[in-house]
Design a protein around this ligand. Sequence first.
Ligand SMILES: CC(C)(COP(=O)(O)OP(=O)(O)OC[C@H]1O[C@@H](n2cnc3c(N)ncnc32)[C@H](O)[C@@H]1OP(=O)(O)O)[C@@H](O)C(=O)NCCC(=O)NCCS
Length: 258
Amino acid sequence: MLVRSSSAQESSPAPAAECWSIAVDGIDETGVRDLSGLLDDAERSRAARFHRAEDRRRHVVARCAARVILAAALRRRPSEIRFVTGDAGKPALVDGALEFNLSHSGAFVVIAVSEFGPIGIDVEEIRPMPDRDAIAQRYFHPGEVADLRSLTEPEATLAFFRCWTRKEAVSKALGLGLGLALDDYCVSCLPWEGARLREMAGDAAPGRWSIRDLTLGMGYAAAVAAPVASLELIHRRLDHRALLGGMAAKDFPMHLEF
Ligand SMILES: CC(C)(COP(=O)(O)OP(=O)(O)OC[C@H]1O[C@@H](n2cnc3c(N)ncnc32)[C@H](O)[C@@H]1OP(=O)(O)O)[C@@H](O)C(=O)NCCC(=O)NCCS
C-alpha cells in the first residue's frame, strides 16, 4: 500500500496518491521487447498494432510500469495484475484494490496510483500548435479562453498546455472520455494562479476537487486530478533500467519501496 512519510502522517490528513514518471527515450527496441514479456496476450497484441515505434514503446512501458508498480503496492507479482477496461476506455484493476491512471507523451510515461478513489493524470509535450487559439475557442470553457487571450507568448503557450493537462486529468479521473464536454468545466490556467477546478457544470462545490501540476522537465506540462478536497501527491521518478533489471532478477516488485 502507499506509505506516507512519518512527517506527512503526523501533519496531514489529506488523501495520499503516488505518481511515477519514467523517461522512455533511453529504451531501445530490445528493451521494449524485453519489457513486453511482462504484458498479457491482449496487451502484447495491442502493442503490435501500433505503426510507429515510439507509440509502441510508450504503450509498452506504460502498461509494464503500471503492472510493476501496482503489483509492488499490492504485494503481488506483475503477472497477477488483471485489468478491465471501462466503457469509455479507462483501465482499472479487476478487483478495484487500487485506482490508477496513466498517460504518455513525448519522452515520458506517467502513472498515478490512489488508495482513496478515482484519479486522473495527463502529460503533454509542449509543442508548437498553429491552431491553438481555434482549439481553445472550439473546446475550452469561455473563462479559460478569456484567460488565454489575456496572455502573450511564451506564457500563452505554457498556459494552453497547463489548461489542457489539468482539464484532461479531471476528465480522466471521471473516466468519461469524450462523454464529458470540455466546456462544461473550467480550470485555472494563468501563470500566477495555483492549479484548481474553478467551475464544474451542475457541481456547486468544485472545491471538492484537487488538481496538482507535476514537474517533469522543460518542454512538458503534466497534471494529476482527483475528486477530493485536498491531496498529498508524492512524485517519484522510476529509471526504466530498474524495470528491466528487476525482470531479470524475477523479484523486482519486492525491491520497490512505497
Ligand atoms: C482517451 C483519452 C483520455 C486519451 O488521452 P490522450 O491524451 O490521447 O492519451 P494519454 O496518454 O493521456 O492517455 C492514454 C491512456 O489513458 C487511459 N485511458 C483511456 N481511456 C480513458 C478514459 N476514458 N479515462 C481515463 N483514462 C483513460 C489508457 O490507459 C490510455 O493508455 P493506454 O491505451 O496505453 O493504456 C482522451 O483522448 C480523451 O478522451 N479525452 C477527452 C477529453 C479531451 O478531448 N481532451 C482534449 C484536450 S483538453
